[in-house]
Design a protein around this ligand. Sequence first.
Ligand SMILES: [Zn+2]
Length: 144
Amino acid sequence: MSESIAPRTSLYGRRASDPKWARLRTDVPSVLRRGAWYRVLAVTPRQVRLTVNTAPVLMGRDQVELRLEPPRRWTVLLKPARLARVPQSFHDGYLVCPSCRNRVSLPQRAALTLRCPRCNVLSEVGWDEHYLGESRGVEVPQKD
Ligand SMILES: [Zn+2]
C-alpha cells in the first residue's frame, strides 16, 4: 500500500509561527509590487522566501510585513515616491487589490469598499493604513 502524502485540506491550516503572506514595507527597489501581498514559502529569523509570479524570491525579513491572515483590504498608495514601474495614470496614487494584485486608479469619491474590475472581489479600502507613509495631502474618509 502506498504511503502517498495526503493532500492539504486547507490552504490556511497554520501555526502561530507560520506567516502566510508578505508585503513590502520599505520603499526600496524590488521585484515585489509595492502594496501587493505575496504568498510566503518559508520564514527564517532573517529572511523570507516568497513567490512572485510563481518564482521564489528571497527578501530580508525586515523589508517585509508578515501576516497570517489572507489580506482583505486594498492597499492605498498615495503620491508614490518611486514611479519607475508605475504607469503615468497612477502617479497621483492608486490602489492594489488584496486578492489579485491588480492596480486601479484612486476612486473619485473616497469609497470605503471597492470591487476589483479584474477578479471581481469586493474589498475594503485601507485608507487608514498610511502604507509606506504615503498619506501626504489627501483627505481620508472618516468611518462612523
Ligand atoms: Zn483583484
